[in-house]
Every structure is written in structure tokens, then in C-alpha cells.
Write a protein that binds this ligand. Sequence first.
Ligand code: URA
Length: 434
Amino acid sequence: MLMVDLIKKKRDGQELSTEEINFIIEGYVKGEIPDYQVSALMMAIFYQGMNDRETVDLTMAMMNSGDVLDLSKIEGVKVDKHSTGGVGDKTSLVLTPMVASLGIPVAKMSGRGLGHTGGTIDKLESFEGFSTSISTDKFFENVNNNKISIMGQTANLAPADKLLYALRDVTATVDNMSLIASSIMSKKLAAGADAIVLDVKSGSGAFMKNDTDAKALAEKMVSIGNMAGRKTRAVISDMDQPLGFAVGNALEVVEAINTLKGQGPDDLLELCLTLGSQMVILAGLCDDEDTARKMLLETIESGKALDKLATFIESQGGNKEDVYNTENLFRATICYELLSETDGYVKGIECEEVGMASLLLGGGRRSKTDEIDLWTGIILNKKVGDKVEKGECIAKLYANDNAKLEQAKTRLFDAYSFSSDPVNKNVLIKEIIK
Ligand code: URA
């Protein structure tokens, strides 16, 4: 088989067979097929798409490209959660300690930022010394002892996805339904959880820009998960504006901590309760959403979830005091206030542009090997539907470099649109697919 023939086949809109998909994934992981040919194939898939059979084959080939974890050493029903990626999406940082403090084992594998979206691992690295590069033995030990551990995608877990994820990030081939579904589901299946709750984002900051596509992606992933014998549910949630107020790694960590202290943004808390109640139900702790939400809220009110986060940070090398006193997490040297030039209401926020503004400040990667600046980012003061007055601060940008700030502030300003008439707030939870 020749890779160039397979690129041509997909470029011309034909189906790839199971053997061809296996050949591509095996060859890429072994280093026999170079990045440039796989980039060309990704672009062909981006334009021509893949059918359900090809998507399942790609998922299975990526899952089988490395180890498939056996979590049977961990007691209880293991529930994983994954988001399709958004801007300001720090849900995992809030949700995982809440769920773990109810005794549900959280054995989670997370990723880094992708394109304009952030990643849980980058965010967690804001805690000095914290590492997600831990052995699977340490991962099991932490889950058994503390009910929570988050590990990075080890070299051996869905290595094909690890390679493709980094390649797609810098070749503008992320936002394709089959590529996203196979990327997420291959590593979720390889990570071995009994049940999976997916947060499928829809809107201008998501890879799926409208509810129809988000629903199709959600259904595709739920069907792959259930087919593989894992109870899988998906929540479709709004990403037509950032979640919460903070965008940028350490700034998001602080907002997550504030939420666990009962002082977080309403939308972030609501999403955590919605996703969390599905996790609690799948773990078998109760049957209905109302009871699950009450159980989750109690973890915040009692301080148990905050303590669980501190234990988790310490167990993976971080300083747990940073959870109780977040001063150490503010390290940007420049703070710039973006002011409104008009009276009225915020009509919309081009959410991907907010992500790009944060990336320009240093919070995301332009190429595979870029180091990111964990301390930069944006705090939105105004969100969709909010009233604004001329001269009022709509957002603060935190930077460490004036040239980067200049680029980011224009991009952020242009992301906002205003109306003289009142504007309805966005609906956060759109649908739950079971
Ligand atoms: N998250 C993933 O893990 N993979 C994608 O392709 C997109 C979001």
C-alpha cells in the first residue's frame, strides 16, 4: 500500500477500508509515514469527511495503537468525563474533586490545549511542581487512596491520537466531526473507565459551530462508547461565549478554586452540576438528577471538594497551600483594561476570537513545540446580555509582553459586538443525549 494513493483516494471523496486505516495508523506510530503525508490526509478528511464505519475503524485503530488500561485494580464504578474543547472551560478542575469527594473514583486522562481551546494539563501545571506525567502504578495508587488522579496521555496510551492531536493543532484540521469523535473516544476507551460523560460544546468558541453539528457529534460519540460496552452520555452545552469569566491557564485555575469555595460564576457551577449529576447517576449513587445535584452542592458547602482538590494537587507534586491561598497563581506583570466605546448591551462575543486573543498573549501554542505562558490571559467583565456604559471596563488582559498585548487587545475588542436594545442571555444547557 502506498500512502500517496490513500491520500488521493480520500482527496477524491472515496471511502478508506479498515485495512487502509490500520495501515495509516500503524505506519504513522512506527514513524514510517511522515508528518507531511499525514497532514495532507487530515486535510483531505477535513474536506471529504468519513462515514460511520470509517470513524469507528479509526477510533479502534487509534485505541489499539498502544496500551488499553485495565482499571479493575480500582474499586467501584470508574466514571470519566471529557469535553470537546472550549474557551474558559475549566469544568474538569471543579467537577473532578466534587465527584471524587462523594467517593466515586475519578481516574481521568486529560490533554493539553488544542488550537484556540485550553487543556486541563496545561492549566494544572500552574501549580509549581505538579505533574501529570506519572506512572500507571502511581495513578492507580492515587485513585485507590484519594479517589482522584489525572494523568497525561502517556506515550503508550492511544499514541496515534497523541501524534495526530499535536499535528492537527497546527495544521487547521481540528474541527472535523470524525476526527474529533475518534480522537476523544479512542483515548477514553483506552483509558478504561466503565462510564463516560461527554461535554459537547456548541457555538462560536467550539469546534462544532452550531447545535445540529454538536448533536451529530454527541450522538456519534455516545454510539461508539455504548458499542464498546461503556455507558456513555453527552451534554450539549453553550460555547457561544467563554464559560465563566477567566480565560488563560492560571487565571482559570483561580476561578475553578473560587467555584469550589462557593464564589464562582453561575454558568460554570451550573455546567458542573449538570455533568456531575450524570456522573453520579452512572456511578450508581442515585437515580435522579435532583438528588445528584444536592449531593454535589453539599461537597462545595462542606468544603470537602476544595480539600479534595488540595489533596489531589499534593499527591502529584504540587503545593496544596496554593489551593487555599491563590496569590502565587497571579504572575502576569501587565494588566490592561479594555474599555467600551459605546453605551448599550453586549450582543455577542466571538468566542473563538477570545481564545485566539489568549493564545496571542502566550496562553496557547502556535507550533507543536511552543512553550506556553501560564500566567497570561483574560478576565471578562461583561458577557452576553450585560449592560455597558461608554468608558466602562469590558475585560482585563493579563500579559508579560507589550507586543503580544497590542495584538491581543485588538483581537479581543473586535470579538465584542453591542446593541442599543436589551439582549437575551444565552441558554447554557441545550440537550442531554443518553
Ligand atoms: N478534544 C480531543 O481530545 N480531541 C479533539 O480532536 C478535539 C477535542
